[in-house]
Design a protein around this ligand. Structure first.
Ligand code: SAM
Ligand code: SF4
Length: 343
């Protein structure tokens, strides 16, 4: 991997969008492939992108480094399943140089945990301090139904290995009506008992799947109501610039996050952008507008064209999204799957 990307002529300025929001957080999908087929995320029979369309690990490194040079302080690798990308640790090792230099505050990932036992020690050695693990149930049979292909015990082993390596784990669970709805309080107690925060996510209308979204949708207002029967919930002021709001359960001392992209608007403080594994930059998870960064990456060894493309894209970052799940329409608000944009 290259040590330093070549810079364009002139100083590299921090990225600020038209609404004066500094862009300090980049999420990068390193693959659209996955070893699971979660029912809300993918169709059973997914067609994945041709390998040649994917950015190489070197290109991903160049792209991330360009954003770091423009003031991105937090980098999250996601997917698809980031840990099934071949040789992904080469990328993590290379990106960790930005942690060592102090340019990057945090290098992290969102994973389904299936490969975590294998990679936990190396991730910790690269300076990864926190990881989000997606886990929607603690019942092995239900886990298999939700993920179609997954094995719960592997994820639990992965979490244990990461914790043993000194990595903090946050559990992310998608709240699914009638599916894990009645287990969410037990999952909270389980997570807090193991010193993990837990965040609940509402289903978002991304990509065509077989099931109707409105049948899966469970409002987090209702989840909060259920949890408040078991825990005393104190609101926390903590904000991350993202869609999560946090509460503390007095009985456990642990935190509970609520990501409610549909019921509440969180866009005014948005500090993030997303890049797909093909180098498409999405300025908003809920809008179609995008910029191609693969062409400028491939067109020259220098990063000048890349920086120009990034500038042009950030100048178009919209004020917010307009997600709606309508009963009348089964069509998703946004055609791409979450596994393409990255969660
Ligand atoms: N494979 C990794 C994982 O599952 O953590 C990373 C990618 S996955 C797309 C990131 C997150 O998006 C997961 O927590 C997943 O539950 C969530 N997700 C996927 N599709 C979603 C949808 N339609 N609505 C809400 N969350 C979704
Ligand atoms: Fe794979 Fe993550 Fe999507 Fe599940 S949510 S299918 S683990 S990418």
């Amino acid at each position: 991997m290259r040590e330093t990307p070549s810079a364009p002529s002139g100083p590299l300025t921090p990225l600020v969008d038209p609404f004066q929001r500094a862009i300090t957080y980049l999420r990068v999908s390193v693959t659209d492939r996955c070893d699971f087929r979660c029912v809300y995320c993918m169709a059973q029979d997914m067609t994945f992108l041709p390998k040649a369309d994917l950015l190489t690990l070197e290109e991903l490194d160049r792209l991330c480094s360009a954003f770091v040079a423009r003031g991105v302080r937090k980098l999250r690798l996601t997917g698809g399943e980031p840990l099934v990308r071949r040789n992904v640790m080469t990328l993590v090792r290379s990106l960790s140089r930005h942690l060592a230099s102090g340019a990057l505050e945090e290098l992290t990932l969102t994973t389904n945990g299936s490969q975590l036992a294998r990679f936990a020690d190396e991730l910790a050695a690269c300076g990864v301090k926190r990881i989000n693990v997606s886990l929607d149930t603690l019942k092995p049979d239900l886990f298999r139904q939700i993920t179609r292909w997954g094995e719960l015990s592997r994820v639990l082993d992965g979490i244990a290995a990461a914790q043993a390596a000194g990595i903090r784990i946050k559990v992310n669970a998608v709240a699914l009506k009638d599916v894990n709805e009645h287990e969410l309080a037990d999952m909270t107690a389980w997570a807090h008992d193991r010193d993990m925060d837990i965040t609940f996510i509402e289903v978002m209308p991304l990509g065509e799947i077989e099931t109707h979204r409105a049948d899966q949708f469970l409002s987090l207002d209702s989840v909060r109501e259920t949890l408040s029967r078991r825990f005393t919930l104190e609101p926390l002021a903590m904000r991350t610039g993202g869609p999560a709001r946090y509460m503390r359960a007095s009985e456990t001392g642990g935190r509970i996050g609520f990501i409610t992209p549909l019921s509440h608007n969180f866009c005014e403080s948005c500090n993030r952008v997303r890049v797909t594994c093909t180098g498409t930059l999405f300025m908003c998870l809920g809008q179609e507008d995008a910029a191609d960064l693969r062409r400028p990456l491939r067109q020259s060894e220098s990063d000048e064209a890349l920086h120009h493309a990034i500038d042009a894209a950030i100048s178009r970052k919209p004020k917010g999204h307009d997600f709606v799940i309508e009963r009348a329409s089964a069509a998703p608000a946004v055609g791409r799957h979450m596994s393409v944009t990255g969660g």
